[in-house]
Design a protein around this ligand. Structure first.
Ligand code: FEO
Length: 396
């Protein structure tokens, strides 16, 4: 069902209630692919939807005007979840002009057959009349791809923000104030942690650019439209982009015969001794990497543990650490721990090496290890180190 979000500006996207995997990201609340039309003297489509839902996009547009009357498609980002329906729209209306930056044109051409398309290449700061209103554009590279840009409808103070400020969150209504805010904020946090986190510097530059704009509404490409909590989401992006931590400790581990699990619980017990610090424990077999990343984003300190398997770490721990290394969290105090049977320099050492490679602030020069079952001395040491993590978190 389409929704008029500003006068003559309509949401015409698709709510994907059923998607549960988005290139490895567990989307347990589904998602939306938000596309918008501006029905002015010029008829404009801002972005599109994932290809399987192109019929829904077209029927939504045609509730307002026929696709044959569309004058322009603004493509803010060439990733297929937003661009892969554009070829179908162009095929139905070959006269339509695709408006994008030069890099986006190149990316579109490497993914789709754009032969014969009419392009209008714009640069940052260009203005573009819709008839009675004016659009302008700002490049926001790496939020989320190098060609990413945002479009601003000046008179309505409406920012089409592309992936930035989005959430993988399916809902029947479109605005932030029509949803449970804690749920939306959690999904926005998860989205930032799993998609935007590596690009903090670029996000800060983008926020700096946007700070000169008066913003009355932010219409991202996924999830709800922000109109009542704009300051909240901007403040959160500032916090995340500057890697600001909360008073929080996370312990995650895999275990084979519970020795490493007993060690993990000892760290948590130690951390619990420090009041006012949130402490979380996750078994990587039971918790998806999407959730681990969401918890790591705002923690001040963490510990990662594995037993030794075949002279290395357990595969689920490998998956979690490779994923986290790619997301590049910063400013965390960390250490590795785990058990072994007879290979003393294997699994936990591998975890330690990856944490060093991630440039975590290492609490210890080597992992805390236990040969088979942890002794009371080892558990006491782990409790002390857990307390140290929490004492550090308490300073945040
Ligand atoms: Fe939602 Fe980077 O695409």
């Amino acid at each position: 069902m389409i929704k008029e979000i500003k006068k003559d500006v309509f949401w015409v996207g698709f709510v994907d209630w059923n998607v549960r995997d988005f290139h490895g990201y567990e989307t347990d609340k589904g998602s939306t692919y938000n596309a918008y039309i501006i029905n002015d003297e010029k008829k404009i489509l801002v972005d599109s939807v994932k290809y399987p839902f192109v019929k829904d996009l077209i029927s939504n547009i045609e509730e307002v005007f026929p696709v044959s009357e569309l004058d322009y498609i603004i493509c803010n980002h060439a990733e297929p979840d937003h661009a892969s329906s554009i070829p179908v729209v162009v095929a139905q209306n070959p006269d339509v002009v695709v408006v994008c930056n030069a890099k986006c044109q190149s990316f579109l051409g490497m993914q789709f057959d754009t032969t014969g398309w009419n392009f209008q290449i714009i640069k940052e700061g260009d203005t573009f009349s819709t008839g009675n209103r004016t659009l302008t554009f700002a490049n926001t590279p790496m939020a989320h791809w190098p060609e990413s840009m945002v479009t601003y409808l000046i008179e309505e103070k409406l920012l089409f923000s592309m992936d930035a400020f989005g959430q993988h969150y399916a809902s029947a209504s479109r605005f932030d104030d029509e949803q449970s805010m804690p749920e939306v904020i959690f999904e926005a946090t998860k989205y930032y942690a799993n998609i935007i986190l590596p690009f903090g510097k670029q996000v800060l530059k983008a926020i700096d650019k946007l700070s000169s704009l008066e913003i009355d509404m932010i219409a991202p490409s996924h999830g709800i439209v922000w109109r009542s909590h704009i300051d909240v989401i901007l403040d959160l992006y500032n916090k995340w982009a500057t890697h600001t931590a909360d008073k929080k400790v996370v312990v995650f581990y895999d275990s084979m015969w519970q020795s490493t699990e007993i060690m993990a619980r000892a760290i948590v017990d130690g951390a619990f001794e420090v009041p006012g610090v949130e402490v979380k424990l996750f078994d990587v077999k039971a918790t998806h990497i999407t959730e681990i990343a969401t918890q790591i984003i705002d923690c001040a300190a963490f510990a990662a543990g594995t037993p030794t398997l075949n002279m290395g770490m357990m595969p689920k721990m490998g998956e979690a650490l490779v994923y986290l290394r790619g997301l590049a969290p910063q400013n965390k105090l960390a250490f590795a721990f785990g058990s072994y049977g007879w290979a003393k320099k294997a699994g936990p050492h591998e975890v330690h090496a990856i944490l060093e490679d991630m440039k975590m602030n290492m609490l210890l020069e080597k992992p805390i290890q236990s040969q088979f079952r942890p002794t009371e001395d080892i558990l006491a040491d782990l409790r002390a180190k857990g307390k140290q993590l929490a004492e550090h978190a308490a300073t945040k």
